[in-house]
Design a protein around this ligand. Structure first.
Ligand code: ZN
Ligand code: ZN
Length: 394
């Protein structure tokens, strides 16, 4: 468990995470993290097995800890099939069944992968009451230390509350070779913290919502480290990958510490979620989460900047002024690195703003604008400008 004394209303923070390691060659130290556990059930998919899974399996076999190993087909989705697959293979092939005892369980479920593999192991581990840990294979999204699993079920996609992994091991020498779009998605997901944090400040000052200054400051610093190191992302510099992974850890811990997703997400994540839901309902494969968040961050930032120019509220202007330089630098990064924008249609971008307002009752700039009768005008303006920039960049 990681604990931290704080000056906020909660006084003290705790997260059920035993530790994490983000470094070049970190996989070589995985043994330290699995030492407290006996039998380990390892889950990977075909891609992550190639990238890191085979090495992890060899280590588990060498230590006599392999309970069983499941390699999911390529590109699994967080759905009934994957959850069922993990559950069915959660079985010790060497154990005889005992009619009078429950099924033997492993001491740890070890997810080797990002996204779906990690999310699905979290859900199954939580349901059967076994701790789990994760070996990262791509720095592509901020959910590694999340306590929730985004799952496709009952015809929609929603987050199921679970718990965090006990540990995270991220070897930057492996992560740096992830596909380029995944690297962009990872840093793009981090950029979303700027609008997310500003929304949190807005909720604090205009709704009296709980806010933790220390955690917000940690997330802001981690995000800015990503932005500053971002220029070396194209070189696949392990130090840049490290700052992105550290950003995920800081925001993941921030969520666990505060018991809210405020440190990780605001209106930009809700807009990205509406795009994702539209794809799920239409039967299309959803885009990379981080790329959608990055695009939505640009949209929400534009709305904030218009608000700064138009508002008579001096306090609100001060809040936005603190973030405006970051918004400008995110724009520069996206243009220079040609960050793909998954949603290109201006009307779809515009309409997603109102859809996001209705999707989640969380106080953000969307609520502020709606209460001031300005939401639709701002959405139209921001969508028009963003769609134009996207056309110019491609
Ligand atoms: Zn605090
Ligand atoms: Zn995210």
């Amino acid at each position: 468990m990681i604990t931290k004394d704080c000056t906020c209303a909660q006084g003290k923070h705790a997260a059920p995470v035993d530790g994490y390691l983000i470094d070049a060659g970190a996989l070589g130290r995985l043994g330290e993290f699995i030492a407290p556990y006996g039998r380990v059930y390892m889950v990977a998919d075909e891609t992550t097995y190639r990238v890191a899974g085979a090495r992890v399996r060899a280590l588990l076999e060498e230590q006599g800890k392999l309970f069983s190993c499941l390699v999911l087909p390529e590109h699994p989705l967080p759905d009934y099939t994957t959850f069922g697959n993990i559950l069915v293979h959660l079985n010790d092939p060497k154990a005889d069944s005992d009619l009078f005892a429950p099924s033997p369980l492993p001491d740890l479920i070890l997810a080797v992968g990002s996204g779906t593999v990690n999310d699905s192991c979290r859900l199954v581990a939580y349901r059967v009451g076994v701790p789990y840990g994760v070996v990262a294979t791509a720095p592509s999204m901020d959910g590694y230390l999340s306590a929730g699993t985004p799952a496709l079920f009952d015809g929609t996609k929603a987050t199921i509350k679970c718990t965090t992994p006990r540990f995270l091991v991220a070897d930057t020498l492996i992560l740096k070779d992830a596909p380029w779009e995944m690297l962009l998605a990872g840093i793009g997901d981090m950029f979303g913290k700027y609008t997310g944090l500003l929304d949190w400040e807005l909720a604090r000052d205009y709704r009296g919502e709980y806010y933790c200054e220390k955690i917000a400051a940690d997330v802001l610093a981690a995000t800015t480290a990503c932005l500053e190191n971002g220029a070396r992302l194209q070189e696949r510099d392990p130090a840049v990958i490290k700052s992105v992974m550290e950003g995920f850890v800081v925001t993941g811990l921030g969520m666990a510490f505060t018991g809210t997703s405020r440190p990780a997400s605001g209106a930009e994540h809700i807009v990205a979620h509406t795009w994702e839901l539209q794809d799920v309902k239409a039967g299309r494969t959803p885009n990379l989460h981080g790329l959608e968040v990055c695009e939505a961050t640009r949209l929400i930032a534009d709305m904030y900047l218009t608000l700064r120019d138009e508002t008579d509220d001096a306090h609100l202007r001060t809040l936005i002024d603190a973030y405006a330089p970051y918004f400008a630098r995110v724009e520069t990064f996206c243009a220079e690195n040609r960050v793909p924008a998954p949603v290109r249609d201006e009307t779809r971008i515009r309409d997603s703003v109102r859809a996001a307002l209705n999707l989640r009752k969380r106080y953000t700039i969307l609520y502020y604008l709606e209460e001031n009768g300005q939401l639709d005008r701002y959405a139209a303006l921001a969508a028009e400008r963003l769609a134009k920039k996207i056309r110019e960049e491609s």
